[in-house]
Each structure stands twice: as structure tokens, then as C-alpha cells.
Ligand binder design. Structure first.
Ligand SMILES: Cc1ncc(COP(=O)(O)O)c(C=O)c1O
Length: 467
């Protein structure tokens, strides 16, 4: 293990070198190194990466000197360049980088804080609750719940939405068992751990969706306790969609009446997308579900993480506590809440509208199919679920390529998430590069394509055995 003290010492040493690095090379701002031969323990890719920035004291009175300003400007410029470059090769994480919020620069001068309940006018005057409620109404309409039947708020992301949804479930059923698939996002297991909830991991199908046969077996074994179910609408790695209707049917078959279960839908990415695909399973409160959360920076796109959480109003009183200090109610996970987020979301929703999103979703689906077909063409094992923009394929053979395109890997597989900013040109350069690299991996280095039949199915695997 790389212990904390060693890492700290390393960081200090790197910091000493930082100015030298800045002046030596315009492009070098990150030092990558291996500590004590303990590769891969911390980052999973064999390295510990440390950015060498420090905060130095200048002048006795903290005045901003010319030298200080010049240094800051260099640092900022360097990061701008670095992030432009990294954004160009951003294929593996579900973030829409195609946004322009320049109109909102004027709000940078305000500390906008939406602490408390968005539906209660609190004491803190610089808040964006008007924007927040407009965004919530937009989602309530999308997910088919009436204004007076929902409560919600703008979160810091999908993780917070899961934390909130599962907390409401636990408050409703303190002795309930959480059932969630093994391919759920890690935040679900984290919430279960933090809330000390009993959690049963349910098997998945090849697509990544929950296996309702295994769910049924587990529900039947635990009929004496209420069920809190986390449904994933778009699993992180494979883009699988849990079948809500089948889950509800399974609950019924196992003898769980409506007042003995709570369903939270983690729709981080697909919760915004599926409603715009005509044939896709419907994401709707007309079904007996209790809460839905999404990440705002994923499909919608936003310079900072954010999200939306909507829950049935009648459940929310369980969490709500009056707080005199803010003249509001404490119903959210966080105290102070980022008041800029709702404005960004409002702006994006207002500018694009339902029709704009429909077009973008369709374009992503088409481009994802294009990438899948091209990978098939060049002999890569690949899988693309229906209604998904997550193209899953065999893990590339070198870490540099993985880092270059920022591909998240899990075991033998990785994926590209085809977001609105991902163009056909970019996909072509990605495929061209993978083709060149495969010549090296397989012809020069003599490696063999990995078998990924277990992960994505025999029919999608083109390893020597399944070709
Ligand atoms: C299915 C799923 N749920 C939740 C999250 C967490 O979202 P966030 O990163 O916005 O906290 C993710 C993130 O990738 C996800 O894929």
C-alpha cells in the first residue's frame, strides 16, 4: 500500500519541482510516477499522478504584485490549454461537453445559495429558487407527475440524488432491505453503507440489467421485510436498463403490496434520454415508483456537476424538519446548495426545449450505432444495448491508449459513451487509431484478442475461439 505519509512526502518533493517544470516545458504540468514500486494500488493504472501546484506567500501584506499576477496568469493559461486538449479526447465518460453558457457570466459576481426547501421562500435573499422550481416542473412534466404531487430539488449530481432517494426509502421502511443489481453505480452501495441498510446484490443479465429471476428468489426469502428497490436506468458500464415493469410484476408475484415497497430510479444518464425515444420503456410516475434522479452535467451538459431529484410529495414529510436559522425546511442532503446550478439547467432546458433534446438523443443513438458497426467491421468485440449510447467493447491492450481517450475499464471491457459533442469525425479518428494500435498489439507484440464472451455474450465476442 502507498501510505499517506509517503504520498505526502512525494507531493512535497513534487511541489519543490513545480516551478522548474513550469519553466522548463510549456506542456508539462503533471508528473506521473510510481511510488515504492507499488504500482496500480491507488489509481488502478499503475501510477500515482500528482499535479504540482502550490500556494505561496508573497509580500508582507498579501498584496497582488505584478510577479504574482503573471504567475497566476501562466497557471490559468496552462490549464485552459490542457483541458482543451483533454476535452478533445474525452470519449469514455458520460458528459455532454457541447455547451455555451457565456450569457451567464454576469452571475459570477453573486454568491447564490439555495439552502433549504426550494418551495419555501427562506431568509437568504440571493437565491435562484425561481429557476430551480421551473427546472423541477420541466422534469415533472417529462416524467408525468402533477405539480402538486411531486417534491424535488437540484442536487450536486446523480450520487446525491441516489443518496436522497434511498434515504426517503429507508425513512419509509426503517427495517426494509435494499435490493440493487451488482452493476449498480457505486454510490448506491455507498449509500447503503452510510445508512447502515441491509443490502442484497442481485445478479445481472449480459446486458447489465437486473436479473428478475434472482430478484424474485431473494424477495421470496425475505417476505417479512419491506423492499427498497434501486432501479438503474442506464447502468454505468454497459448502459443496461433495468426493466421497471418486470420488477413491479416480480414484487406483485412475491406478494409485496404497494405499501410494502419503495422504488428509486437511478436515471443518471438515461433518465433524460429514454423519454425521447418512442419505443423505449417509459420513465414515468404513472408506474408505482417513488423517486427518480438524474445527473444534470451528463446528457444536458453543464460546467459543474449537478442533478435533479424528484420524489412523491407524500413521502417527503418524513425527512422534513423546520430550521429557524434559515426560515426554511431541511429536506435536502446538503445544507448550502449551489444556486448557480439551477440557472444553468434552466438556461439549457429553455434554449433546447423538448424538441431540441429529442433531436440530440436521436443523433447520439445513430452515432453510437455507427461506432458499433465500425468496430465490428475492424474486428473488435463489441456490444450495444437497445436504447443505449454506451458502446461496450474489449479493453484496449495499452494503458497509454486508454488514458489518451479516457476510457473507463472494468476487467476485460471498456466503453465509449456517445454524447451530443461526439461527432462522426471524432469516432472515425478513434477507430483509425484503434486499428493502427491493434496491428502493433496483435501483429508485432504477438498478443491475442481477449475473450469477452462472459462480459458481452458469445455472439458479440470475436476472440479466436468465438470468431
Ligand atoms: C448509473 C449511475 N448512477 C449514478 C451516477 C453518479 O452520478 P454523479 O457522477 O453525477 O454523481 C453515475 C455516474 O456515472 C451513474 O452512471
Amino acid at each position: 500500500m502507498v501510505v499517506y505519509a509517503e504520498k505526502k512526502a512525494l507531493h512535497q518533493e513534487l511541489s519543490q519541482n513545480s516551478k522548474r517544470l513550469f519553466s522548463e516545458s510549456a506542456n508539462t504540468t503533471v508528473v506521473t510516477c510510481t511510488v515504492n514500486g507499488e504500482e496500480g494500488k491507488e489509481s488502478g493504472n499503475g501510477t500515482v499522478t500528482s499535479s504540482c501546484l502550490d500556494i505561496e506567500e508573497y509580500g508582507a501584506n498579501g498584496e497582488i504584485t505584478g510577479e504574482k499576477k503573471a504567475y497566476v496568469a501562466t497557471v490559468l493559461e496552462r490549464y485552459t490549454r490542457r483541458w482543451h486538449e483533454r476535452s478533445k479526447h474525452h470519449l469514455g465518460y458520460p458528459a455532454n461537453l457541447d455547451f455555451n453558457y457565456d450569457d451567464l457570466d454576469q452571475f459570477q459576481q453573486f454568491l447564490i445559495n439555495n439552502c433549504g426547501d426550494p418551495f419555501i421562500e427562506g431568509n437568504y435573499g440571493v437565491n435562484s429558487r425561481d429557476f430551480e422550481v421551473a427546472v423541477l416542473d420541466w422534469f415533472a412534466n417529462l416524467w408525468e407527475i402533477k405539480k402538486d404531487e411531486y417534491w424535488g430539488y437540484i442536487t450536486n449530481g446523480g450520487t446525491e440524488g441516489n443518496f436522497h432517494g434511498l434515504l426517503v426509502g429507508r425513512e419509509m421502511f426503517p427495517d426494509g432491505i435494499l435490493y440493487t443489481s451488482s452493476e449498480s453505480h457505486y454510490s448506491v452501495f455507498k449509500a447503503a453503507h452510510m445508512y447502515r441498510m441491509e443490502c442484497i446484490k442481485i445478479d445481472t443479465l449480459i446486458s447489465g440489467e437486473i436479473n428478475c429471476g434472482d430478484l424474485k428468489a431473494n424477495l421470496l426469502r425475505n417476505k417479512n421485510k419491506p423492499a427498497i428497490i434501486n432501479i438503474t436506468i442506464g447502468t454505468t458500464i454497459k448502459g443496461g436498463v433495468d426493466d421497471v415493469d418486470l420488477v413491479i410484476q416480480t414484487l406483485e408475484e412475491c406478494g409485496f403490496p404497494r405499501n410494502r415497497f419503495y422504488i428509486h430510479c437511478d436515471g443518471a444518464l438515461f433518465g433524460v434520454m429514454l423519454p425521447f425515444l418512442d419505443q423505449a420503456p417509459r420513465v414515468t410516475f404513472k408506474k408505482p415508483i417513488d423517486s427518480i434522479s438524474i445527473s444534470g452535467h451528463k446528457f444536458i451538459g453543464c460546467p459543474m456537476p449537478c442533478g435533479v431529484q424528484i420524489v412523491r410529495t407524500n413521502h417527503i414529510n418524513l425527512l422534513s424538519r423546520n430550521v429557524e436559522y434559515i426560515s426554511s425546511k431541511d429536506v435536502t442532503i446538503m445544507g448550502s446548495r449551489n444556486g448557480h446550478n439551477p440557472i444553468f439547467l434552466w438556461y439549457a432546458l429553455y434554449c433546447k426545449g423538448y424538441n431540441g433534446f429529442r433531436k440530440e438523443v436521436q443523433k447520439c443513438m445513430q452515432n453510437a450505432r455507427y461506432l458499433r458497426d465500425r468496430l465490428v467491421e475492424v474486428g473488435v468485440s463489441v456490444m450495444l444495448n437497445e436504447f443505449s449510447n454506451t458502446v461496450v467493447f474489449e479493453r484496449p491492450k495499452d494503458e497509454e491508449f486508454i488514458r489518451h481517450w479516457q476510457l473507463p475499464c472494468e476487467g476485460n471491457i471498456t466503453h465509449v459513451v456517445v454524447m451530443p459533442n461526439v461527432t462522426i469525425d471524432k469516432l472515425n479518428s478513434f477507430v483509425d487509431e484503434i486499428v493502427k494500435k491493434r496491428l502493433i498489439w496483435f501483429k508485432v507484440d504477438g498478443k491475442l484478442p481477449t475473450c469477452v464472451a462472459f462480459e458481452i455474450g458469445k455472439e458479440n465476442c470475436v476472440c479466436p475461439q468465438h470468431k
